[in-house]
Design a protein around this ligand. Structure first.
Ligand SMILES: [Fe+2]
Ligand SMILES: [Fe+2]
Length: 170
């Protein structure tokens, strides 16, 4: 079972792969798959709730990073590469927003979490099978996008930590 130590946050302890930002996205995808497996393969309601909480956080952070920096950066180079992936994000963001407004103890969240997992796994597979190879083939220098992503993620992690600090003090 993944713990918060495996979460997106842990990457800030390693160097962000500035010259190869796709590698950072790939690591997020691996984490999302691991958490989705943990969610689907357990009989325990507690483990399922913990996995769902971490999964929602990991998808949220990953989507912010792609929508905030990676996609706009790639769009500047070639808008055609990105359009359909952005459409997928709208659907996933809707589901995320619904789930973030609900308690994960509620039984009615389960079909929504499963729907989220299906949508996200299919989306990340397409990024890996289509977008990432196309980017590699185009041999673009993604270092400036990588540097922006590093700063954006550090900021996101900082904000997240402040929010959970405030929540724990309440
Ligand atoms: Fe994406
Ligand atoms: Fe992605």
């Amino acid at each position: 079972m993944a713990t918060t130590d495996d979460s997106v946050r842990s990457r800030t302890q390693d160097a962000f792969p500035v010259d190869n930002p796709v590698q950072a996205l790939q690591r997020d995808h691996d984490l999302v798959r691991k958490l989705a497996d943990a969610y689907r393969n357990t009989q325990s309601a507690d483990v399922r709730k913990q996995a769902a909480t971490q999964l929602i956080q990991a998808i949220h952070m990953h989507s912010r990073l792609e929508e905030g920096v990676f996609y706009p950066g790639v769009r500047r180079v070639d808008p055609n590469l990105i359009a359909r992936f952005e459409e997928d994000h709208l659907a996933v963001d809707d589901l995320l927003a619904t789930l973030q407004g609900m308690s994960l103890d509620e039984a009615r969240t389960e079909p929504l979490v499963r729907e989220l997992i299906d949508a996200v796994l299919s989306h990340i597979r397409q990024e890996e099978e289509q977008l990432f190879p196309e980017l590699k083939q185009a041999a673009l220098d993604l270092t400036s996008i990588g540097m922006e992503m590093q700063a954006f993620e550090a900021n996101l992690v900082h904000m997240q930590a402040q929010l959970s600090d405030q929540a724990s003090r309440r």
